[in-house]
Write a protein of this length. Structure first.
Length: 93
């Protein structure tokens, strides 16, 4: 059993690139996923890239907005439970 089995992983920038790659890697280890991104369309596409057995919730969030992040994290806790792992994409600015 993996240390991520059944745990909630939150991934910012989770709709593409490195973030989506990380999401797939932790999903393979049994994590339940909360993907944050600014694009609803990209999040919908990302969700479709997972096996139906993977629990994936998506949230349209601008991570530069602290209030929006706090509200989204509260919603993740309602939807999936407490967050056990955070994978945060760092901006170039």
């Amino acid at each position: 059993m993996s240390e991520l089995e059944g745990r909630v992983a939150l991934i910012t920038g989770g709709a593409g690139g490195i973030g989506l790659g990380i999401a797939h890697a932790v999903a393979e280890r049994g994590a339940r996923l909360a993907l944050f991104d600014v694009s609803a369309a990209a999040l919908d596409e990302a969700r479709q890239s997972f096996d139906t057995a993977t629990e994936v919730q998506t949230y349209v969030v601008d991570v530069s907005d602290r209030a929006a992040v706090a509200a989204a994290v509260q919603q993740v806790e309602v939807d999936l439970g407490p967050v056990h792992a955070l994978f945060q994409q760092r901006g170039s600015h």
